[in-house]
Ligand binder design. Structure first.
Ligand code: FAD
Length: 457
């Protein structure tokens, strides 16, 4: 009996999984393997919220495999060593894995090549599982990745996407291969209370509900902070519990301006992935050096602490930061304005903010997080690197009646708009009734500091 190993990484699903399909096509039986890597746990991109969500994803994957006659095999340790061990135990001739974009994923592939070489087992790395269009599939003339979104979107939209694959009916797994217990969400300490249920089943349900009731209003409502009218599919996409190829196909089949807008956002995801694949160092270093001399973490320690705690005195910033603490998720408009506030108004290094987001975000993703942070900080691919979002104007535009602020900043729940966005304008007696801080910084002073630093003032 021939055996292949499927190493699950960022593709924790049975539907439209080209890696699993290739493994099933190449052998009589497969070992569906997930390795818990202490290297990832130790790295900065480990978080309780994602660990909890991952536990759900693995439990759901195991349940789905069992329905197909198989099961998930879980091991713990350095990935290449663990895979090589399973190859020896099962006599597997091939290992299948999805291509990743990060430096970590590239190192993992190299280690796997080395670890498998002595056994003659072949490593097969598959594109087209983690993104809709694989990084490198579309390239600008004379370059290896696109640095500007609009021309990328034009080319991306013309790409022919493969037809989504159904879930396999049967997944034969050799009985002799031992597994550790599945990790359990209830064993993970420090999880934010609002982290949603993970897994392919929950992700597919959410997408179906989104198609029925949500996507049509996306164009008009995606920036409405209180309306919360985006798909919230990001953590399912991050863990591959849903397939980006399938999402694009089904959204296009649904049609309409909302679906087009949604597909465009999925293209942003691919865009950042191809930037990181082309420039893995952009996870930690400026994509475009603007010669910033950021305030040191020590000098800005109080400002950073207030920003993290949602106590800056700017209600819209604080509401979004508290949503992050509570849900491990933040609305995209909130991410934009809190990141602009930290990097531009407070002039703190984007890496400080990106690290905090990665600590908490259930969808925390190296490509999307680091490159969006760089985009906002002006060190990335934004073609207007020095734009600064004014939190008061943002609040008036995207939370006009103040419902989002009142939801997340209960101290101000008694205030209507516009006072809820500018409580410092209340008289001293009124201000004393609200246990809420004064603004951390004057916006005009913050702007002037940033413009001086960038040589624009
Ligand atoms: P929807 O609006 O429903 O969009 C559908 C999908 O498109 C999302 O699930 C996501 O996969 C993708 N998408 C949407 N906007 C973007 C974008 N700007 N860049 C890349 N992909 C996008 N997204 C993450 O998935 N992980 C992160 O760690 C992350 N960090 C961010 C940090 C900052 C500072 C900013 C400004 C944005 C960040 N984003 C990140 C992008 C975006 O905010 C989230 O993807 C989005 O808010 C998720 O909500 P949703 O699923 O309801 O999105």
């Amino acid at each position: 009996m021939s055996v292949s190993v499927v190493l699950f990484t960022s593709d924790l699903r049975l539907h439209d999984n080209p890696v699993l399909r290739a493994a099933l096509d190449s052998a009589d039986a497969v070992v569906p393997l997930f390795v818990r890597d202490p290297g990832v746990r130790a790295a900065a991109h480990h978080s309780a919220n994602r660990t909890a969500f991952l536990a759900d994803c693995l439990a759901d994957l195991d349940a789905r495999l069992r329905k197909a006659g198989g099961r998930l095999v879980v091991r713990s340790g350095e990935v290449a060593e663990q895979v090589a061990g399973v190859v020896t135990e099962s006599g597997a001739e091939q290992v299948h894995v999805a291509a990743g974009v990060s430096g970590y994923a590239h190192r993992r592939e190299r280690r796997l090549q080395r670890a498998l070489a002595p056994s003659g087992c072949r490593l097969r790395v598959h594109d087209g599982s983690v993104t809709a269009v694989p990084p490198g599939a579309v390239r600008p003339a004379g370059g290896e990745h696109f640095a500007v979104f609009t021309p990328y979107f034009r080319r991306w939209s013309q790409e022919h996407l493969r037809v989504p694959l159904g879930a396999p009916r049967t997944v034969p797994v050799p009985g002799s291969i031992g597994s550790l217990d599945l990790p359990r969400r209830s064993d993970v300490p420090g999880v934010s209370p609002g982290v949603p249920e993970g897994g392919e089943t929950a992700g597919r349900k959410r997408f179906a509900a989104w198609l029925r009731n949500g996507i049509d209003g996306y164009t008009d409502r995606h920036d409405d902070l209180a309306g919360d009218a985006t798909s919230r599919l990001s953590p399912y996409l991050h863990f591959g519990a849903v397939s980006p190829v399938e999402l694009v196909h089904r959204a296009r089949a649904h049609g309409g301006p909302g679906a087009e807008g949604f597909v465009r956002q999925l293209c942003w995801r691919d865009f950042h992935h191809q930037v990181l694949a082309g420039r893995p160092a952009a996870a930690a270093h400026d994509y475009r050096d603007r010669h910033d001399t950021w305030r040191s973490e020590r000098e800005a320690a109080d400002d950073i602490a207030a920003w993290k705690a949602g106590r800056t005195g700017y209600p819209i910033v604080d509401a979004a930061m508290r949503q992050l603490l509570h849900e491990g998720w933040m609305h995209n408009r909130g991410r934009l304005l809190t990141a602009s506030f930290l990097t531009k108004t407070l002039y703190v290094d984007w890496r400080v903010g990106a690290r905090h987001f990665l600590d908490l975000l259930v969808d925390g993703d190296l490509a999307n997080n680091q490159l969006n942070w760089q985009w906002v900080a002006g060190t990335g691919t934004d073609t207007r690197p020095n734009r600064v979002l004014n939190p008061v104007l943002q609040a008036k535009r995207f939370d006009p009646d103040g419902a989002y602020v009142r939801r997340w900043v209960p101290e101000l729940a008694g205030l209507g708009a516009p006072a809820v966005h500018q409580p410092w304008r209340l008289g001293a007696a009124d201000r004393a009734r609200y246990d809420y801080p004064e603004p951390l910084v004057d916006l005009a002073e913050g702007l002037a500091r940033f413009q001086r630093a960038r040589g624009k003032g």
